[in-house]
Structure formats: structure tokens, C-alpha cells
Design a protein around this ligand. Structure first.
Ligand code: BEZ
Ligand code: FE
Length: 253
């Protein structure tokens, strides 16, 4: 395929050298915190193609999407109904749902990791002050139920200060991702799902820089003003809520 491509475009020696230089700079950009090759795979749509091939949609199981570079392994435990924003600025947002298997059997004690940017589009790890905010994990209750407070997700650009950003610019593509909230959901004897939810009707849903949007992951986020939240909290300003039911596939045997 590579030879056919070179023949097809009649690759010159200058173009070959430019490609080697691009890949060299991509490698040089990588360290413990930055994986420019994964980002390259993401913007080429290769990450989503690989996910789609290995986790075909339509089985009733929650669809997967890209992990992204901002997951942190040891995000703090938050009690059911607690606040994973933990100080991240933004409009308070209540998210609730269930985790079940495809037959609807509740998965009790499933671990749900959640992470998100703040309202300015930055993850905690993008600040230099060492803060931990906008992330945490909860465990489902006796009915496979979960709930937490977070902030209403905001759109933001993928890191575009490296070779991948140069590639997007050279091809006239936007680095923006639509607003989303990341989930990683794990339960014993079930396949882990890494996914996001996207608020319906928000910007960039059709032009996600990493092709991560799937229809089944677009969810209604209902905007409210004041009143009583589902956990009985009296709200004075604007807030939102969303529901997302998650289905995990059992592992074989
Ligand atoms: C993100 O959602 O945070 C993300 C995903 C893929 C590449 C860059 C950022
Ligand atoms: Fe993200």
C-alpha cells in the first residue's frame, strides 16, 4: 500500500524528506505526558477506525470512542451523587444513569471514571499549578445506578502546538472537539467501555478533529434555572442535567 501510494502521487525526493522530517518531529514531541503519534492517529481517523473494527456498533452495547490524552489513572473516589468537578469552574451539571449488561441486568459496583475540561476548555493537567479537578470515579449502587455532579462540558481544541497542529493547519482543518464528558466503565467479567457523551445541538459535532462522535453518544443536556435538583439541592442559578444508560458486553466464558 505504501509503495502504491508513492507511485500514485509520484513522490519526489524533497517530499520523501519532508515526510521523514514530519515523522521525526512527531517522535521528538513525545514524552511521558505528550503522545504525538497517538494524536496523529486520532486526527487521521485511524484510532476510531481501529475502535469501530474491533467493537462493532449495533449489539446494544454502549459505543466506544477515543481515550484522548487527558485520562489520569488514580482520579479520586467520589461518593454516589458527589461532585467530580471538585472546584473546576463551570455550570453545575447533574449526570445520572445505570450500568447494565445487554439483557438489562444491573451491574452492581461497576467503576465509572469520569473526566472533563472546565468551562474554559482546559483539563486540570493542562494547568501548571498541579490542581486535580474535573475528574473522579464512582461505583454503581444496588440497581446498577449512578449519579454525580460535574460541570456542563465545553468545546476545546486538541493540542495543536506540535507537528499534528501543523498538519491540521496545512490541510485547513480545525483542531476543535465538540463539548464532551469522558467515561471509562469497568465491571468484573465485562469488557471495559471507554467513551464520551456529547450534548445534543452543540458546535463541532460534525467536524470533530478526531472523528470521535457517534449518534448514540449524543445526549440531551437539559438546561434549567433555579428549582430543586434531583438530589434535593436548591439551585439558585443555571444548571443542567443529562441521563446516560451504559451497557457493557460480557466477556466470553
Ligand atoms: C480529548 O478528548 O481530550 C482528546 C481526544 C483525542 C485527542 C486529543 C484530545
Ligand atoms: Fe476530552
Amino acid at each position: 500500500h505504501l509503495h502504491a501510494f508513492a507511485l500514485d502521487i509520484e513522490l519526489t525526493e524533497e517530499e520523501w524528506l519532508a515526510a521523514i522530517d514530519f515523522l521525526t518531529r512527531t517522535g521528538q514531541m513525545c514524552d511521558d505526558h505528550r503522545q504525538e503519534f497517538v494524536l496523529l492517529s486520532d486526527v487521521l481517523g485511524l484510532s476510531m477506525l481501529t475502535i469501530d473494527m474491533n467493537r462493532p456498533a449495533g449489539s446494544g452495547v454502549t459505543e466506544s470512542t477515543v481515550l484522548g490524552p487527558f485520562f489520569v489513572d488514580d482520579a479520586p473516589a467520589v461518593p454516589l451523587g458527589g461532585d467530580i468537578a471538585r472546584g473546576a469552574p463551570g455550570v453545575p451539571c447533574w449526570v445520572e444513569g445505570t450500568v447494565t449488561d445487554p439483557s438489562g441486568r444491573p451491574l452492581v459496583g461497576a467503576r465509572i471514571d469520569v473526566w472533563e475540561s472546565d468551562e474554559d476548555g482546559f483539563y486540570d493537567v493542562q494547568y501548571s499549578d498541579g490542581r486535580s479537578a474535573g475528574r473522579g470515579h464512582v461505583f454503581t449502587g444496588e440497581a446498577g445506578d449512578y449519579r454525580f455532579w460535574c460541570v456542563r462540558p465545553a468545546p476545546y481544541p486538541i493540542p495543536y502546538d506540535g507537528p499534528v497542529g501543523g498538519l491540521l493547519q496545512a490541510t485547513g482543518r480545525s483542531p476543535m472537539r465538540p463539548a464532551h464528558l469522558h467515561f471509562m466503565v469497568e465491571a468484573p467479567n465485562h469488557h471495559t467501555v471507554v467513551t464520551h457523551i456529547f450534548p445534543r445541538g452543540t458546535d463541532h459535532l460534525d467536524t470533530d478533529a478526531v472523528f470521535g462522535v457517534r449518534d448514540s453518544l449524543i445526549v440531551d443536556f437539559v438546561d434549567e434555572h433555579g428549582g430543586t435538583a434531583p438530589d434535593g439541592r436548591e439551585m439558585s442559578g443555571g444548571w443542567s442535567w443529562a441521563r446516560f444508560d451504559i451497557v457493557l458486553a460480557p466477556t466470553a466464558g
